[in-house]
Unconditional design. Structure first.
Length: 258
């Protein structure tokens, strides 16, 4: 299993680092976001106010794509006032491109290898996820993807033992739509992971609903404003309502693409 995970991740990273001469880039996009909420679930099962800065970058190529983000906030609970940074890097490799065959079937457009590296946060994480994904062609969606991961969980924080490895299902989607002259985007993700010996099962549902402000000035897709909702059952897999409980937080959101 360890050898397979390392091979899958190495293959995805190698594809992500391929010279431009060997790949066709479809698009690349970077963005920064500011989110603010008074409902974030903090240590001690209480709600706290915080502001989160997020940087994101996504690329799409004929061989697959990459997704990178990091969040920075001011800490909550015992880390209140201490800046926390958490990030993920997720490369993918199209098996249709790799094999030269059309792997589409029904509403499935392609099958791909997927990897994710999770780092930082509080407590600090250093996790590697590897698996397989499906890219779906669904009406009304610009993209819709499902990935099944095996997560190799590690903690870099002093005093914390490594969590048991688990399995994770990740769903990501983006659905643009219009109401009169207004353009909207409904996108986000859902993570569900299995319960293991030392932690409970988690489910984190994190959609965003945004209005395209740039469209009103002839610059669509540049500036958005809206809300983000975070529903996080058994936050961090603790499974103890006296420590974290379940997060249900609505955040104000401004997002700028460049």
């Amino acid at each position: 299993m360890n050898a397979l995970r390392k091979t899958l991740l190495a293959t995805c990273v190698t594809a992500a680092c391929m010279p431009a001469a060997h790949a066709e880039k479809f698009f690349s996009d970077s963005s920064i976001s500011l989110l603010h909420s008074a409902d974030y679930e903090a240590y001690g099962d209480r709600q706290e106010e915080d502001t989160v800065f997020t940087f994101e970058n996504v690329t799409a190529h004929d061989w697959g794509g990459t997704f990178l983000f990091f969040d920075r906030n001011h800490g909550r609970g015992p880390d209140k006032g201490n800046d926390n940074v958490y990030g993920e890097f997720s490369p993918s490799l199209s098996l249709g491109w790799l094999t030269g065959n059309d792997l589409s079937f029904g509403p499935v457009k392609d099958v791909y290898l997927a990897g994710t590296y999770e780092y930082g946060g509080a407590p600090e994480q250093n996790n590697i996820l590897t698996g397989f994904g499906l890219s779906w062609d669904l009406p009304g969606f610009q993209y819709f993807n499902t990935v099944g991961y095996y997560a190799s969980n590690n903690s870099s924080a002093a005093g914390f033992s490594d969590p048991d490895n688990d399995w994770q299902l990740t769903v990501t989607w983006g659905s643009p739509f219009e109401v009169g002259p207004a353009r909207f985007l409904f996108d986000g993700y859902m993570d569900w992971s299995t319960a293991e010996g030392d932690h409970a099962s988690e489910m984190h549902f994190n959609p965003q609903f945004k209005l395209d402000l740039g469209n009103f000035t002839g610059n669509p897709g540049v500036l958005y404003a809206g809300i983000e909702y975070s529903y996080w059952n058994n936050k961090y897999g603790v499974g103890d309502d006296d420590i974290y409980g379940t997060e249900s937080a609505v955040s104000a959101l401004v997002k700028f693409h460049f």
